[in-house]
Design a protein around this ligand. Structure first.
Ligand code: PMT
Length: 399
């Protein structure tokens, strides 16, 4: 799985830096191409020459010293990397990354890469459990593309016993190998995902909308793309960045969303409707801003098409249709009813009356219900982590 992959190994200044030599060696044995960036502190523990000999590539440790034949070295290394592994990652680099500080070769390169970054913290137990470090790790964990590898527990170089050991090099290499294997698993699959809330105009300045931020749908799109699927994301207005490597279609209204979804549906293997689609629209949109001339005001609304229901009627036996259910009561009953009525293979039910669940939060807690009526409770977690679970479930659905 790692043959010809470009792995960028970032080595920081900690006693576990010596283990990075074995990591580089194991990666090379799997035919990966390994580039190493060392922090200045790391060079106090081990020399660049060691890595140079093992990887066959020049080693960068100084922003101002040119070791490759590239114009801008940190950008070239950032672009070249398929995966970045930081091992050992010190509190210093974790703090820098979490705060957006880029002041040396390693931090600037990571800032410039779009490759996934695996962070393997290794340090004294008290440093590891320090709330500042934990907060920084949490910040990174919630960002797309950053993966934290939990340190091992055992005897530490400082003489104590506890959490903070760099996991065995074989474990770290396996983590990268598994990740790369996952990347391939959806190759050739076409996945259509909707995200965000639709907006229905009332007049030129007002609309009917909802609190959907798009975070859930975008996390799903990123996860599916990361595993090699061809992803089309049809999104209502959001303030999120468009994920890299996907086809992106921006819409505003439910009817526009339906138009694009309907066109792309026939060529899709999987459709996931995470969007919060407005059930009603204004019958006649006012041409000019409505003036407040009356004490009461009534909007005349007409029903919007149910995009998902329509797909449920059209879907072939091979296609997988996944919906969401956002409820504030009777979560399971309402979600099961939607699964049946809309002819879905799976529905993800979130109780959006709860704190940290559903609209606009970075986290979610759901029940995943499949056609065979099996219900799986997924505890509160980041939408990114949940997206990985949902994609796993879809992959394992039997058609
Ligand atoms: O975007 P975030 O801030 O991250 O929030 C995530 C979320 C809460 C929006 C998401 O987790 C979620 O629950 N999305 C579905 C919201 C919703 O509209 O649910 P619903 O129960 O009203 O609709 C059921 C399903 O039918 C949904 O898959 C919906 O996309 C679809 N639908 C609904 C109405 C309609 N006219 N057409 C549809 O296709």
């Amino acid at each position: 799985m790692l043959a010809n992959k470009n792995i960028l190994l970032g080595v920081c200044g900690g006693i576990a830096a010596y283990k990075a030599v074995e990591i580089a060696s194991r990666l090379r044995k799997l035919d990966a191409n390994v580039d190493v960036i060392m922090t200045q502190a790391a060079t106090k523990f081990i020399t660049p020459l060691t890595f140079q000999e093992i990887t066959g590539n020049p080693v960068s440790s100084d922003m101002w010293e040119k070791v490759h034949n590239w114009n801008v070295e940190h950008i070239a290394l950032a672009k070249k990397a398929d995966v970045v592994l930081l091992a050992p990652a010190t509190a210093d680099i974790i703090g820098k990354l979490a705060s957006g500080i880029a002041d040396d070769m390693l931090s600037t390169t990571i800032m410039a890469t779009t490759a996934p970054v695996f962070i393997a913290p290794a340090m004294n137990s008290n440093m590891y459990i320090n709330p500042i470090l934990q907060r920084n790790l949490q910040t990174l964990q919630q960002l797309s593309g950053y993966h934290i590898i939990t340190p091992a527990t055992g005897h530490l170089a400082c003489g104590t016993n506890g959490i903070g050991r760099l996991p065995d090099p074989a474990v770290l290499v396996e983590e990268i190998t598994n990740y790369t294997a996952q990347v391939q698993e959806l190759k050739g699959k076409r996945i259509l995902i909707t995200a965000g809330g639709t907006r229905e105009a009332i007049d030129p300045v007002r609309y009917i909308g909802n609190r959907s931020s798009g975070k859930m749908g975008y996390a799903l799109a990123e996860e599916a793309a990361r595993r090699g699927a061809s992803v089309t994301l049809v999104s209502g207005p959001t303030s999120l960045n468009v994920p890299a490597g996907i086809e992106f279609i921006k819409v505003e209204t439910a009817c526009q969303m339906q138009e694009y979804v309907d066109t792309i549906f026939a060529a899709s293997d999987v459709v996931i409707m995470a969007a919060a689609v407005s059930d009603y629209r204004v019958r006649k949109i006012a041409g000019q801003k409505i003036k407040k001339t009356t004490e009461a005001f009534t909007l005349d609304l007409v029903k919007n098409p149910d995009i998902l229901s329509a797909l449920g009627k059209r879907k072939s036996t091979e296609q997988i249709l996944v919906g969401f259910a956002a409820e504030t009561q009777n979560l399971l009953t309402f979600a099961k009813e939607k699964l049946q009525r809309k002819n879905l293979d799976m529905i993800i039910a979130n109780d959006v009356s709860q704190k940290n669940v559903g609209f606009n939060y970075d986290t979610n807690m759901v029940k995943i219900i499949t056609r065979d009526a099996a219900v799986e409770d997924i505890p509160l977690m980041s939408k990114k982590a949940l997206a990985a679970i949902i994609i796993d479930k879809i992959r394992n659905l039997k058609k």
